[in-house]
Design a protein around this ligand. Structure first.
Ligand code: PLP
Length: 230
């Protein structure tokens, strides 16, 4: 085992996750965010219990896909360009970052072509930051209505990228808004929309996110170490 620290990191994070007092009874899924890391490290983390991995770039998924152990769930967590859906539609278990009607329609088309029902989350920009991906909360009803007519897509919940801030109260208020939106999902009454996953929280704020109702946390740095983008 070359990367023994992974075992310690994963155990510590799992312990931290399980010790947070949370409003849900169901378990919290730990997504190992593996961007910039290669298959050997990823595979060792899978051996230590990581069951789902998150990547933010289509090219990285393509490059690593065949070398990563089978059976792990692949999540796309970064912005997805419409013209790249075709490359990953047969590979990803959950697209967490759906943020437009155009993208939803392309996913429908590509999923239908391979007879797949694609699970997705809708990414919400709850902080209203200009530079961030995700739809405004008020645009959620229209997007859900469109998706309700797309038989090869299943909305399983919502995703949010938290602010990079030390202001815990502000962060918490955004997580609370996310949970409120999440809890409205069943009210729409669409058969392909459920409130199953609320994906929020990263290395710096996953405990806070779980306290506010996250069912899925995306942790990179605290498992794999600092990323080197060069
Ligand atoms: C990189 C990334 C993460 C993980 O961030 P860390 O701070 O390294 O845990 C989570 N979510 C998304 C969307 C990311 O791009």
């Amino acid at each position: 085992m070359t990367y023994a620290y992974l075992k310690t990191n994963i155990q510590q994070i799992r312990k931290a996750i399980d010790s947070v007092k949370r409003p849900w009874t169901h378990p919290v899924t730990l997504i190992g965010v593996t961007k910039t890391y290669e298959a050997d490290i990823i595979n060792e983390s899978i051996a230590y219990g990581i069951q789902a991995i998150g990547e933010n770039k289509v090219q990285e998924i393509m490059r690593k896909y065949d070398a990563v152990a089978e059976g792990v769930a692949w999540h796309l967590i970064g912005h997805l360009q419409t013209n790249k859906v075709k490359y990953i539609i047969d590979k990803v278990d959950l697209i967490q970052s759906v943020d437009s009607e155009k993208l939803a329609m392309e996913i429908e088309k590509r999923a239908a072509a391979i007879h797949k029902i694609q699970d997705i989350l809708i990414q919400i920009n709850v902080a209203g930051e200009d530079q961030k991906a995700g739809i405004a909360p008020e645009d959620l009803p229209a997007l859900l209505e469109l998706i309700s007519k797309l038989p090869h897509i299943r909305v399983q919940g919502l995703m949010n990228i938290g602010l990079f801030t030390d202001d815990e109260a502000l962060l918490r208020s955004h997580f609370k808004k996310m949970r409120m939106l999440f809890e409205t999902l069943p009210d729409y009454g669409y058969s392909n929309v459920t409130a199953t996953h609320l994906s929020m929280g990263m290395s710096g704020d996953f405990e806070l996110a779980i306290e506010e109702g996250a069912t899925m946390v995306r942790v990179g740095t605290s498992i794999y170490g600092k990323r080197n983008y060069s």
